[in-house]
Write a protein that binds this ligand. Sequence first.
Ligand code: 0A1
Ligand code: ZN
Length: 881
Amino acid sequence: MTADTGTIFRLEDYRPSDFLIGETRLTFRLDPTATTVIAELDMERRAGAVLDAPLVLDGDELTLTGLSLDGQALGDDAYEATPERLTIRSVPASARFRLTIETKVNPAANKALMGLYRSNGVYCTQCEAEGFRRITYFLDRPDVLSVYTVRIEADRATCPLLLSNGDPVEAGDLGDGRHFAVWHDPHPKPSYLFALVAGDLGVVEDSFTTASGRQVKLGIYVEHGKEDRAGYAMDALKRSMAWDETAFGREYDLDVFNIVAVSDFNMGAMENKGLNIFNDKYVLADEETATDADYANIEAIIAHEYFHNWTGNRITCRDWFQLCLKEGLTVFRDHEFSADQRSRAVKRITEVRNLRSLQFPEDQGPLAHPVRPRRYKEINNFYTATVYEKGSEVVRMLRTILGDETFRKAMDLYFERHDGQAVTIEDFIACFADVSGEDLSQFALWYHQAGTPNVTASVSHDAQKAELVLELEQQLPPTPSESRKKLMHIPLSFGLVGPEGEDLGWSAVEGAAVADGVIHLKKRKQTLRFSGVPHLPAVSLNRGFSAPVNLTLAQKPDALLHLALHDGDPFCRWQALVTMFTQALIDGHRSLLADAEPTFDEALLDLPGRIAADAGLEEAFRALALTLPSETDIAREIGSDIEPYCIYGARARLARAIGTRNRDRFEALHQSLTTQEAFSPDAASAGRRALRNLLLDYLAAAERTPARAAGAFARSTNMTDRFAALSVLAHRFGGSPEAVDALEAFERRYAGDALVMDKWFAVQAMMPGAAALDTVKALMGHAAFDLSNPNRVRSLIGTYANANQTGFHRADGAGYAFFAETVLEIERKNPQLAARLATALRSWRSLEPNRRAAAQSALEAMAASQTNSRDLADIVQRTLA
Ligand code: 0A1
Ligand code: ZN
């Protein structure tokens, strides 16, 4: 484990490498506990580099077993090797030389899941960001691009399959039960994209012919017996390959493309060139084991990793500060892909919900950082919602500002200009500025300034002048180490909505730049006067969530209701409902804090019934529109002195009131949606299931008995319906015989299936109330639980800490104390996983004083621990700062 030495890496310290590695030839003699790695590096001094600079290669927990330069073994005084570094004191004056390095690594002991490790008996690698240095000494930085040839030697019986990047070139027998394979990747790449897999796996094969006629062999490797569950991933892969050709003109560039699913993985998946490695959760799906949400995630992540082939692999990052160059852009591309494959409106709302629940709290708390950070202590802690999701929003704003056509031209220029290079955000923005001729320097602040901007707007109307006045103001809250902010360029799509829901025109607008339905807010305050507007319309602002800001819009009281029922922009329609629900819930929280029973407006209670019955709306949209803000959403909106039990109470009461008020309507609709149609994972079918299951929840809340959910559980024929019914039972009727029976039945049915057992852990980790802590502790002793497996840990501990407001935020602080202890136990095996988990406490300052103090003690306990990995120390120190 890398200990915290206090070193901070700074963007401004970037210097190009003194040495380059033209070719890298690797030989792996695989052995579970003693693998030999021989790296033959064709090196050269970079033109212009300092002449007497020593060669310093990166390592991490490495053992050097051999070293030679141009074929001559190096004497002890010629170099220094530590686990972290190999320094060669004097390098030949000749510009080119060959370095041969032999290291020994122990894959079986590698529980950090970085470098070469074993997952269920399969050898696999994870090298992003700095895992390659755990395999061999190297210039492990993304701007050193090299052509790799990889020879893998292993036991034939346990490792019939030997894979690496690029195309296969040779294979053969070695005698003694061992065999080998050689892979060559002609595309120069940084070390973080290296991958190797060896083991015994089943495969699903297919092929894809690219636009220019290249035949690509596709393979998805999974555990034997799970091949049938890889069909949807394969289908998503082929659709991704076709989409990138039409949407961005990008073709695949090798003869094979392989995906391997492993069960121990720190993240979702990894885009290694030609050999993507996936967390099996994001590959395996069938109706019996996966929910509709799982299918949507698989489609999105398969696409994401595939799209990296151009945005990340062919054009890569100069240094890790530029992470958003590949991640924000690739998330934007996968979002667009899903929008095209599914419902654009529903996809956008889902994205915004996700952004608000993950990125907004980050951006408004102690871990806030710019989309392109300027400092880091541990780069693994910067694979964040800000870099990924806000990074994607920034690219989306570029498209909103420049328009589809200019955006596409600029992307074409980016691909043409920078193919094969390691570049920066400045290089990326320059393509958009060059194509559009616009000065994007104010816009670029979205990359450089942290924090979620607040925009306030107010509407007034002068009937006599037939004039509508919109006053806008931006405020940029301070974030850690940035107290003074520059004004930003905030693109706000908008419309003026008339009495029938129609978009109204105006004859002139004065006061600010408005183009193609977008207001460009660039100053602190702007006043827009629209003339030719005889009647006061409802203002629909930030349509499609064109800018990732907090918007407060003051207008006539019934405007929200009007927008909720009539806005032509589905996002703003949904937003109007959320705004109304949120206000009611904030009021409810306040009432309960004062020991008063909350009351709800009748028009608000009626609204869900009207939306539910509107057959003109997609079912998936109706399901989203009827979903109340989560307890975490409400907490974020309240912002300070949060009392989680009052939030829970307010939300539970509102759900019951809505269910009771609309019971007949909901019942009729629920009935009409209950069909015997065969399962299909497509978006429309999933939408029907989502609406039906949401209605089930409301009806159960109104009826106050588990009978309906128990019936739905018993009759369910797919995981989406089964899990939805189980959740209603566990969360509304926890402890009832029906809930206990269903949990037991689920456990019996899926005991041998780790990914499904994760759902069983998660549903119990979310059971409301203080008793959840004992439940979670007991489940840690369950045979299917394993503290070394990231999926298990995230399902049980992660869900408990992030999604169970009442269970985790117990008044006595016992939830936090348990959490700190567990995080420290995980840190000893897997510091990266522990650090990610610890971010669950990032909003501790928003809690009411008693809980705040208890959360602070838990953080301090983590800070004081002896383990002190760089990963966890970084998160805990910044959270407490
Ligand atoms: N580049 C990957 C994310 C990723 C990052 C680090 C990892 O190491 C544990 C693994 C994956 C992506 O964006 O999908
Ligand atoms: Zn990515």
